[in-house]
Design a protein around this ligand. Structure first.
Ligand SMILES: [Zn+2]
Ligand SMILES: [Zn+2]
Length: 355
């Protein structure tokens, strides 16, 4: 089968013929129908993450946002059969530890990250193995269209988990979203669907137009003259919940500084090689104003059902985030386009489109 392989950090991924996966006793293999292209793939491709012992090995098949149909089933798997249509969270749990048992498989003690580790080859491939499938695989209703399914990649579920489970969000709260890439726009749409008011921030006016289309009530164009926190404080008296959807020191800091007292910051973006996982924060001011800093990672597989019900009722429409579908052969170029933030919304590999 064909797959996109990381051969050297920062050099174009190589489209290669690689061996077909076979299911281990608890795993299944899916024929990939769609897989989102994500900034996390870009970080992996750049060799980032060394500072958190999280650098992706050379030889890795990238791609971590797959959905598809099951074509082979391990002998110990109980609840998934050939032909089932499933989505797969990138943060795979084993299903046995206390975190998994209590519904927090996204932070499993023995978790593995699909498409980022040697033991979990990714989904920029015609077929992909899903370990511990009874625990991790999420059945998709047939009513979820291929485009919606494709839009459901890590960014959408990450934004949902952040706002629905991590932040203590009340309808009518102001949510600020810093950075309107794929995860940021997903956060705008999810916050709007959950009944919040949304203020979106970006350097790019076109991305702010997209944010308005997806439910942003207010926007801030963060040009050189704009002090983002002061602008948000002046306009709204501060945000109740604020999201750094980019992961650079400036957006993280802006996100914290734009909060009102008792506000909550949620960190979604991983940092770049400029920060190397460290950002200095105004801890005294955060203490005095009772600001909360929340990390948020992916989404536990056991929480997908509520999100899927919202898809079925059209309260959430991840398909609206999908701006471009490409073939597997185009993945190396589309990752490179992320160097200069040239992509917008969510780009997706569709395997029916590739050869
Ligand atoms: Zn676990
Ligand atoms: Zn992703």
């Amino acid at each position: 089968m064909k797959a996109a392989v990381l051969c050297e950090y920062g050099e174009p991924l190589s489209i290669e013929e690689v061996p077909e996966p076979t299911p281990d006793p608890h795993g299944v293999v899916i024929e990939t129908e769609a897989c989102g292209i994500c900034r996390s793939d870009w970080h992996a491709w750049q060799g980032h993450g060394e500072w958190a012992d999280d650098q992706v090995p050379i030889g890795q098949i990238l791609g971590h946002e797959p959905a598809g149909r099951v074509v082979a089933v391990g002998e110990q798997v109980r609840d998934i059969g050939e032909g089932d249509r499933i989505a797969v969270p990138f943060n795979l749990g084993r299903g046995h530890c206390g975190y998994c048992q209590n519904g927090h498989g996204n932070v499993c003690e023995n978790g593995i990250a699909l498409g980022f580790e040697e033991s979990a080859p990714g989904a920029f491939a015609e077929r992909v193995h899903v370990p511990s499938a009874d625990y991790n695989a999420v059945h998709l209703p047939e009513s979820v269209s291929p485009v919606e399914m494709a839009g459901l990649g890590c960014r959408f579920v990450t934004a949902y988990h952040a706002l629905a489970h991590r932040a203590d969000l009340t309808p009518g709260d102001w949510v600020a979203v810093h950075g309107c890439g794929g995860v940021g726009l997903s956060a705008v749409h999810v916050a709007d669907a959950l009944g919040a008011n949304v203020i979106a921030v970006d350097l790019d006016a076109d991305k702010l137009d997209r944010a308005r289309d997806l439910g942003a009530d207010e926007t801030v164009l963060a040009d050189a003259e704009t002090d983002v926190p002061t602008t948000i404080q002046a306009r709204l008296g501060g945000a109740d919940v604020s999201i750094d959807a980019l992961g650079i020191a400036e957006t993280c800091r802006n996100s914290i500084d734009c909060l009102r007292p008792r506000g909550q910051h949620v960190q979604l973006g991983l940092t770049t090689d400029a920060e190397r996982g460290e950002v200095s924060l105004p801890t005294d001011a955060m203490t005095m104003r009772e600001i909360t800093f929340l990390g948020s990672r992916g989404m536990p597989p056991s929480r997908y059902d509520e999100l899927l019900r919202m898809l079925e009722r059209d309260t959430l429409s991840p398909g609206k985030l999908v701006t471009n579908t490409v073939s597997l052969a185009e993945v190396p170029d589309r990752l490179a386009a992320m160097n200069d933030f040239e992509t917008s919304g969510i780009e997706v590999v569709e395997f029916s489109a590739s050869s």
